[in-house]
Design a protein around this ligand. Sequence first.
Ligand SMILES: NC(=O)c1ccc[n+]([C@@H]2O[C@H](COP(=O)([O-])OP(=O)(O)OC[C@H]3O[C@@H](n4cnc5c(N)ncnc54)[C@H](O)[C@@H]3O)[C@@H](O)[C@H]2O)c1
Ligand SMILES: [Zn+2]
Length: 666
Amino acid sequence: MDVKMRMEELIHQINQYNEAYYQQNESLISDQEFDALLAELQKLEEENPLFALPDSPTQRVGGTITKQFKSVTHRFPMLSLGNTYNEQDLRDFDERVAKGLDGEAYEYICELKFDGVALSFWYENGKLIKGVTRGDGTRGDDITNNVKTIKDLPIRLNSSIFPREFELRGEGYMPLSSFGAINDQKVSRGEAPLANPRNAASGTFKMQDSAEVARRNMACYIYAMVGNENPFQTHEESLIALEKAQFPISPTWRKCQSISEVLNYIHEWQDKRNELPLNTDGIVIKINDYAQQERLGFTAKSPRWAIAYKYPSEIAETEIESISYQVGRTGNVTPVANLKPVYLAGTMIKRASVHNANEMDRLDLREKDFVFIEKGGEIIPKITSVNVAKRQGNSPKFQFPEECPACGTILVRQEGEANHYCLNDKHCPPQIKGKIEHFIQRKALNIENLGVETIDLLVEKGIIHYIADLYQLNEGHFNGLEGFQSKSINNILQSIEKSKSIPFRQVLFGLGIRHVGATIAEKLVLQFHSMEKLKLASLEELIAVPEIGERIAQSLREYLDDPDNIEQIDRLREAGVQLSEEIQEIVLEGEALVGKSFVISGVFKNFEREELKDKIIANGGKVVSSISSKLDYLVAGENMGPAKLEKANLLSIKIITEDEFLALLH
Ligand SMILES: NC(=O)c1ccc[n+]([C@@H]2O[C@H](COP(=O)([O-])OP(=O)(O)OC[C@H]3O[C@@H](n4cnc5c(N)ncnc54)[C@H](O)[C@@H]3O)[C@@H](O)[C@H]2O)c1
Ligand SMILES: [Zn+2]
């Protein structure tokens, strides 16, 4: 795959995970997998700065503000932390620090990395006046009322050493005891349990009802003080003073004189951290001296004077009860192990994915085996190995079925493929449903208001079968179906109508042709522009398209040579769905701005902000959202924010007017 495409794909994936994580409080993959994707993107951007997008997830904090709360602009941005899972990176970090400080002596403070949500606490005249979430790092949600339910957090200070105005940063969390109690209650009421304490904390702090937040016994640990008149010289001094003033400071921190002392700390806490009253996912290493912190500075997203080390994911052992086989949209059959429930990293696990027959063979899974499972995603973990020592005698091996568990068709495994497939794609119920679900998703035809249950129902009743059937739906089809008011029917029909203007590339992706993902669909449209031309493309012509290999080309040809598929495509055309589109690759207007980065602020005479952005990109430049020492230019319009101006001046960034910007182009 070409680098640019891989970068786009990564950005797309990461954005989706971020959205689920920060907006829905849901983890679709493990943090470790997520961090690996982000690290890959970061590396590619460093190697290919021309392709690096201004709003890349490597350049900004992942969260957002919500509409439910008043938003507050942070006086000091709330950043993220660089992280790593390996010790060598810590040694490299240490070397960078040593270099950055020109051989001056330095100390570290190690703390545990508490797994909750970042909060900012504003104090004025000895009183807590605000509690704010991190949000997008620049602005957060004002959740003062919820923050005030934290019992350990002093609302009034009786100490005179703190300045009139200051801010504390800390982690709000749900103690494991509250998490357990809430879940016991939920389960006994037949409700779904909360997935894990982190996501629960993030959801709870954003509740509208503070009384409910109070019932959940939330807690916090303070881990930093910020402000213009910080009376302390070091982080250590601030921790000691805050503790004296009754702030909740975890007693687990330690001062370390060298990176090897840091590594000792990491090893010591590896297991011991499981005895703490909250989840932790690693440790944070910070330079102790504030003046040195300042000299090391920040990147767009995180401080250069701190780094997080994250412990690799946790493992649990349990017994297999059975294996179920699930049929996917393309007919692929996936084995899923049903497990004796076990607690793993704060979640009760009942099922684990085994991926495919190869994986079953590799694990040599036998009935009643004890297996080790690891958190892949928060949703479904994976089996990593079998505890062979516990195997009894010669228990029978699990056999991959020969027939489709849904429709009974003999399964096929093509050469070079790991998966078994049910080829009865037109009549196997899970495939029919899966194809329609794929077609309506946001990245495809974006048909809102039509949920999975509705599709299941419509398919089961024989009302729809092919995707094109959606465009024949009318109110009458819902007659006699339970739970549909005319308003909801109307909404469904309207979003189906709206999908007729979705561009062809999304339609092509929505058809669900095997191996044709969103990016490949776009490449195809770029080359062929319409379904008519695509239909005429030979295998060789398809393979000639960048990124399209033999496997994809063959799968396309197979799909397009099937008269049934062509009939459905014709029906889509008749319904008015887009089957052609003119798109062109971005062509640079000029190269005057190559390698230069810009922040845009304020209002402009000649441009809308978006136009200015486009202009910069069209001339090879990069637009970033926040000011760092690496920034080349701040383009200042009317009414630009004073905070930005101040920061740019502080970092001696070149500030240019709109006219000066235009002059750069020539
Ligand atoms: N699984 C997913 O789908 C998914 C999606 C998005 C993000 N994530 C995870 O979220 C994290 C990214 O979020 P992030 O930007 O908040 O970075 P981060 O959580 O790795 O690090 C920054 C945060 O650490 C917290 N922290 C805890 N203890 C601290 C201490 N002692 N000192 C200072 N800070 C401390 C603070 O809240 C701070 O905001 C990554 O670890 C990533 O794995 C996962
Ligand atoms: Zn089948």
